[in-house]
Design a protein around this ligand. Structure first.
Ligand code: C5P
Length: 223
């Protein structure tokens, strides 16, 4: 509890990743991309042909999978090594996102990742990005933010992101996937996507990145 934590939760495409990385950089704090961990476990399970509906098997896979972030700064996301294999690009595919969302609904898997996530809490501080950072993983966080944006805007952002990476997708397809994933994440029994009661909600629809970063940083100045 001596180590300060800023949690940034929200649906996919709300700008969490970009904003969190920039804020962590501005503060000189560590950064946890918890979604990348779920994506990595989803991917590892797929690589090992683990039955995604077998909770114990996926949890065993989660506990066995070696996850390591390397590098990363305000301009680039850290590389993620999954069992020593660089999976940075592969975890961003919609296939990995869907696998992540499926295995993230399993309590055994969430348990397996609990300590992995809490171990990121180190001085001088941590910016934690995800769905349940403020509600479940770091309920005692000093500042909690919930970023939102319309589904259409989030689909647009994801579309540009994937296109820049040379991944070919359609906007309509992405919108459908985002709406389906939101529903799954919001309606699951365990750690559903929702703002902590003490979170500051920022709707980023129509806002540029710098504006949102400034708003989040303004919450960090002691009042
Ligand atoms: O944030 P991102 O889109 O990378 O997350 C991928 C999936 O991982 C989400 O759809 C969600 O199901 C799951 N997730 C989660 N809890 C978190 C982060 C991600 O359940 N803290």
């Amino acid at each position: 509890p001596d180590v300060p934590v800023l949690t940034i939760d929200g649906p996919s495409g709300s700008g969490k990743g970009t904003i969190s990385r920039l804020v962590a950089n501005a503060l000189g704090w560590h950064y946890l991309d918890s979604g990348a961990l779920y994506r990595a476990v989803g991917l590892a399970a797929a690589w090992e042909s683990v039955d995604l509906s077998d909770a114990e098997a996926v949890a065993t896979c989660a506990r066995r999978t070696k996850l390591a972030f390397k590098g990363g700064d305000k301009n680039s996301e850290p590389r993620l090594l999954v069992n020593g294999v660089d999976a940075t690009d592969e975890i961003r595919t919609e296939t990995a996102g869907a696998a992540a969302s499926a295995i993230a609904a399993l309590p055994e898997v969430r348990d397996a990742l609990l300590d992995v996530q809490r171990n990121f809490r180190k001085l001088p501080g941590l910016v934690a990005d995800g769905r349940d950072m403020g509600t479940v993983i770091f309920p005692d966080a000093q500042v909690k933010v919930f970023l939102d944006a319309s589904a259409e805007e989030r689909a647009q952002r994801r579309y540009k992101q994937l296109k820049n990476k040379g991944i070919s997708v359609t906007l309509a397809g992405l919108l459908g996937e985002i709406v389906a994933r939101d529903a799954r994440d919001a309606n699951r029994a365990i750690a559903p996507l929702k703002a902590a009661s003490d979170a500051v909600v920022i709707d980023t629809t129509g806002l540029d990145i710098d504006t949102v970063v400034a708003q989040v940083l303004s919450l960090m100045t002691p009042r």
